[in-house]
Structure formats: C-alpha cells, structure tokens
Design a protein around this ligand. Structure first.
Ligand SMILES: Nc1ncnc2c1ncn2[C@@H]1O[C@H](COP(=O)(O)OP(=O)(O)OP(=O)(O)O)[C@@H](O)[C@H]1O
Length: 163
C-alpha cells in the first residue's frame, strides 16, 4: 500500500507486518516513484490494479491531492465515530503488566470486524484500491492489521508515510 503526495518521505515496510508482525523490513524512499520502482524490482506484488497508482490507507493527515484526484484513484471510506464496532474483549489496561508485544499483538480471535471494517476488507481482498480514514479510535489500525494478516502469506509490500 502506498501513499502518494502525502509526504515526500515514504517509508516502505517490506512484507510488513506493522504492529504485531515481527520481521518487518524498513526502507526509506524520497519519492513515490522511487518506492514503486523498488517494489516492482524486488518482486513484490502490488495489490492495486495495473492502472491504479495506489492503495491508500490513512491513519494520518489528509493527502495533498485534491478530492477529485483522489476519487479517480480510489474510493474513500470513512470509518464513522459511531461505527458498529463490537468490543469483544475490552482493550488491555495500560496499568497492567502486559508486555509491549502482548499489547501490540492482540489475538486475531479477539477481533470481530465491524460491518464497515468488513466492507473495506472485502474490497481490498477483491483487489480494489481503497482509501479509508476516520476519527481517532474508529478502528483504522485494527482494520489495517486484519488486511495485513489476510495477505501475510503472500509476497506483498506495505508502505507508509513517515510525515
Ligand atoms: N473490530 C474491532 N473489534 C474489537 N475492538 C476493536 C475493533 N476495531 C477497533 N477496536 C478497538 O478500538 C480501539 C481503537 O481502534 P484503532 O486503534 O484501530 O483505532 P484508530 O482509528 O487506528 O485510532 P487512531 O486514529 O487514534 O490511531 C482499539 O482499542 C481497538 O482494539
């Protein structure tokens, strides 16, 4: 997944695994094109269609390009504040003695995606380009982890802006 135009500083995490997925490789790029070239040369599979430039997942500030440009490249999904997230297990309290790895590695069985989250995951599985965003705490990171989990056995690259 890439971001384009959000920042000139792109960071690629090969076969990532973000939080909770050990063994991620980190690599920095100055431009999107540089990152894309590397991804292709390294043999990673790009999830988006050949004419689509990006798979965008937002957990940060809005991209620089206009909403019109963005619409042409990928649909935008906004996880709403009142989404039907079901908290099966309450989030671990920071006052407990849980290790960082436990905090960052919730068991997949703890997560039951909301309808909104499932909708986005389904589109990504079908190879659609997706941009999703939402207010703090609406489940973007959880969804991203589930997306990564789904593709973890495949040779994929995940990128994220550092800016
Ligand atoms: N489908 C789900 N089932 C259970 N818990 C969930 C689910 N989605 C999100 N949560 C919980 O809701 C909380 C917020 O989720 P998350 O960190 O993914 O939000 P976020 O949108 O990435 O937030 P931020 O923008 O602040 O980084 C976390 O405690 C997470 O475990």
């Amino acid at each position: 997944m890439y971001r384009q135009g959000w920042s000139q500083n792109l960071q690629l995490m090969g076969r990532v695994q973000g939080k909770g997925f050990p063994g991620a490789k980190h690599r920095g790029f100055v431009t999107y094109q540089e990152a894309q070239n590397w991804i292709v040369s390294a043999g990673y599979r790009v999830l988006s269609g050949s004419d689509s430039e990006i798979e965008i997942v937002s957990t940060g500030p809005a991209p620089n390009h206009t909403s019109t440009e963005r619409k042409q490249k990928a649909p935008v999904y906004v996880l709403s504040d009142d989404s039907d997230i079901e908290i099966i297990d309450p989030p671990p309290s920071t006052s407990t003695t849980m290790s960082p790895s436990t905090l960052l590695n919730p068991k997949s069985t703890d997560i039951v995606l909301s309808a909104e989250q499932r909708g986005v995951l389904g589109k990504v599985k079908r190879g659609e380009s997706v941009f999703f965003t939402g207010s703090a705490g609406t489940g973007k990171s959880v969804l991203l982890r589930e997306i990564i989990r789904h593709f973890r056995d495949q040779n994929i690259a995940i990128t994220a802006s550092t800016g």
